[in-house]
Design a protein around this ligand. Structure first.
Ligand code: NOJ
Length: 809
């Protein structure tokens, strides 16, 4: 036990404050985490208050959040360390010179007005000249940015440089796998490197600020934006969030290839009812704190420079007016002081939500809740002047937001050199898919592929298989291969599945192709031709799934079935009796029970980006032995949704033979493929789990380990996953919670490796009913294995420190 006893500082006693702790001068104890919706603007607004929270309370009488750390507001900022004295002097002097209109300009982000070839028009030029815009989004074209920056630097009064923002989500010109796919790699170092490359290319094209990473936990695959996140699990999601922030921002905002990152969408956007985009989320504070907030907290700890609120409301409060969560949790409890940038039109939408009477009211709610920058709606421009003049919004609140924007510009070095991101030579060398960038994209793509099924060693295919049929419209669809946020990625630079296969096979192999059926309509006229092609082949690669446009923003679906007549196509091709390998391309888990039962081999390839075809061929022909594991559960049918591994036990866990237990009449309660699942061309055996100590104190750590052996006949690597369960606690706990993962080295046949993890007190802690983060005495299960549903387990006990007695059995 001694080796395992290295206690960490973050033990129970030092853990975060209770969510019910009183905030001096703010909300009363036991106020809810989610503040009630602010009411209408009172007829006689009270005198301006000093802070946004006080102002909002004074105006609305709303209860604010009590979940903040007591004491002074911490002075760290998301964008880096405390502001330096020079920076503060500079920013203060500048703010002192600004008119209200110029201040609101800094809080206004304008959208692009046209394409790369459309020069700035007169009205845009006039806005820029007047200092009515602080940043632009969606202009990834250096020649247009130069025009704008020149106008502001030569023709505006205060010459405050513009920032250019863009959605650089999974690559800029070199496109990496979509985030859900990269999460399947379970490789944060790789994810960080890919974000770094994206930042390198984007900053060489003038971009200062990306709206990524999207860190929304999502457990409903109907929701189209599931493709943009890291899946269902807060632990994995937090690791990936931090990795992407580090990657985008690099060594610090002062370096030449750094790009401000944005953790979005704050918060619980993925909990939209019915999986319908933009819909209401109504969830408990516990779920918010245990599931949806952790990846944001991880991004904040990694120094994220900005955060974007989400379009949804939570318990009646739209997030763009949610002072409790933005000003309360994000700023006060977590001590973060970066820029909160609204989502597109999010401030204006407070009117449609029904909490604001018009632009002035919406602007007031937005800025008083902590939203610094208004993206695209012009609501701050329209509403803030009157709100400030009438005293409803104190000037100090506007100044605080302006300071955040100016600090970011200062840290990016734009006051020193407004054109530092616009160096044509750098653009030429770096804003393109260099061989090194492509090699990284290929590696990322192969690591993101998950082998779902491989009966009888169907895969890998031999490169000299004879005649190979490649069937399916997606096999040649470069646009879909690029995925949902392709930035300036080009189809012409993308390797499709068919291209990749053609390049990989030996000269003796003939590749035949057929489109099969379209994905967006009920048209089965291509099936006979596909069957003819399949009959002439020795093996068939059948590419099925969704186009890239079927997931992403505003692209929710009510079913998880293969769209169009693809299932009929699959049945017809399988009926030929040829060996069939299904290659799935999709942005969400699909319900594929028929394929799972009837096709011998299935690869999940998501949308893999620029190097799609090479990576798919690497895996199909065995040049790469798959290592990916699902970051999200695959249901059997949409009716099981939401289905996730970290569920609660209920009082009546499902038992097949017992009627009154928690299950369906017409489906098993288990998923088709569980979280963490993924096969290899070899197989691994797990020995018993070892636990370093049978009993530990609540501030102790414990080492758990397992021996993993390659029991197959090829070299391979396994991703070992560590889960825990608090068996009995004062509030219900999930049946399993991921607490670690580690990849073995390459194991040769019969080779074994011991994989060890240290569980720290924080890994065992949860928030109790009184809002304290605690490790409760009692038994814990620890599970180690290659998937959430295939584990070996052991137990240990946490005993109360002093008495050495246990509270529970
Ligand atoms: C709306 C999306 O919700 C958000 O994720 C994105 O960053 C903005 N549009 C800007 O494109």
């Amino acid at each position: 036990m001694s080796a395992a006893r290295a206690a960490r500082p973050r033990a129970a006693a030092a853990s975060p404050p209770s969510v019910h702790a009183p905030v001096p001068g703010a909300a009363p104890a036991n106020a809810p985490l989610v503040a009630p919706a602010p009411g209408a603007v009172p007829a006689n607004p009270p005198a301006p208050a000093k802070t946004p929270r006080a102002a909002l309370r004074a105006l609305t009488g709303a209860l604010l959040l009590a979940a903040c750390a007591p004491g002074p507001r911490p002075a760290t900022t998301g964008a880096g360390p405390r502001p330096s004295p020079d920076e503060e002097r500079f920013v203060s002097a500048l703010v002192g010179k600004m008119t209200l209109e110029e201040k609101i300009g800094q809080l206004t982000q304008s959208p692009a007005w046209g394409g790369a070839d459309v020069p700035m028009n007169d009205s845009v030029a006039a806005e820029v000249r007047a200092g009515r815009v602080g940043s632009f989004l969606g202009i990834p074209w250096p020649q247009r940015q130069r025009e704008l920056q020149r106008t502001v630097m030569e023709e505006s009064r205060l010459k405050i440089p513009l920032m250019f923002a863009h959605d650089v989500i999974h690559g800029f010109r070199t496109i990496f796998p979509v985030p859900l796919a990269e999460a399947a790699s379970w490789d944060p170092d790789m994810v960080q490197r890919d974000a770094r490359i994206a930042a390198d290319e984007a900053t060489a094209s003038g971009i200062h600020w990306t709206f990524a990473p999207m860190v929304d936990i999502a457990r409903d695959p109907r929701w189209g934006r599931i493709v943009e996140g890291s899946g269902e699990d807060p632990f994995l999601g937090s690791v990936m969030a931090a990795a992407r922030v580090r990657g985008f921002q690099g060594p610090g905002l002062g370096t030449d290839s750094t790009m401000m990152a944005t953790a979005k969408h704050f918060v619980a956007y993925g909990a939209a009812e019915g999986g319908r985009d933009y819909n209401t989320a109504d969830i408990s504070e516990r779920t918010l704190r245990e599931v949806y907030l952790p990846p944001f907290h991880a991004a904040v700890r990694a120094g994220v420079a900005s955060v974007m609120p989400s379009f949804n409301e939570i318990a009646g409060v739209p997030m763009h007016a949610n002072a409790g969560l933005i000003d309360g949790v994000l700023r006060r409890e977590w001590g973060w002081d970066g820029i909160v940038v609204s989502d597109w039109g999010g401030v204006q939408e407070l009117i449609a939500h029904g909490v604001a009477t018009g632009p002035e009211h919406a602007a007031m709610l937005g800025i008083l809740s902590g939203v610094d920058v208004d993206m695209a709606s012009g609501t701050y421009r329209a509403g803030l002047p009157d709100a400030v003049r009438s005293g409803r919004v104190p000037m100090a609140v506007v100044d605080q937001s302006v300071r955040r924007v100016l600090r970011a510009k200062y840290r990016l070095g734009l006051f020193r050199d407004p054109f530092r991101y616009l160096d044509p030579d750098r653009e030429d060398r770096r804003a393109r898919p260099t061989p090194a960038h492509r090699a990284a994209a290929r590696q990322a793509a192969r690591q993101s592929i998950v082998l779902l099924k491989n009966d009888g060693g169907t895969l890998p295919l031999a490169k000299d298989v004879g005649t190979l049929a490649v069937i399916g419209a997606l096999a040649t669809d470069a646009r879909s291969a690029l995925g949902s946020w392709a930035a300036v990625g080009r189809e012409s630079e993308t390797v499709t599945v068919l291209d990749g296969i053609r390049e990989a096979v030996s000269r003796r192999t003939r590749v035949l192709a057929a489109d099969g059926v379209p994905l967006d309509k009920d048209d089965d006229s291509g099936i006979p031709e596909a069957v003819r092609v399949a009959r002439r082949a020795d093996a068939v690669v059948l590419v099925l799934g969704e186009t890239a446009e079927m997931s992403g923003e505003a692209h929710s679906r009510s079913t998880l079935d293969l769209p169009g007549r693809q299932l009929e196509l699959a049945r017809a091709v399988v009926a030929t009796g040829r060996p069939v390998v299904v290659v799935l391309m999709n942005g969400r888990p699909l319900a594929i029970p028929w394929l799972a039962a009837n096709v011998p081999a299935i690869l999940e390839t998501w949308f893999l980006g620029t190097e799609t075809g090479h990576a798919v061929a690497d895996v199909l022909f065995g040049d790469y032995n798959p290592t990916g594991k699902l970051p999200i559960t695959f249901p059997r049918a949409v009716g099981q949704v939401p289905i996730y591994y970290a569920h609660k036990n209920t009082g009546r866990p499902p038992v097949d033979a017992e009627r009154y237990t928690s299950k369906y009449l017409d489906l098993p309660s288990t998923p088709l493929y569980p979280f963490g699942y993924g096969l290899s061309y070899t197989a691994f055996a797990y020995d018993s789990v070892r636990v370093g100590a049978e009993r530990i104190g609540p501030t102790d750590s414990v080492v758990v380990s397992v021996d993993v052996r390659n029991r197959g006949d090829r070299p391979g690597r396994e991703l070992v996953q560590l889960y825990i369960q608090d068996e009995v606690a004062s509030v219900t706990r999930p049946v399993k919670e991921l607490r670690g993962f580690r990849r073995t080295g390459v194991l040769l046949p019969d080779q074994r490796e011991r994989v060890a993890f240290t569980l720290h007190p924080d890994d065992l802690a949860f928030t109790d009913a009184a809002g304290r983060r605690v490790v409760e005495p009692g038994f814990f299960k620890v599970f180690l294995g290659g998937s959430s549903a295939d584990v070996r387990q052991a137990r240990f006990e946490v005993v109360a420190a002093a008495a050495g007695t246990t509270k529970k059995k």
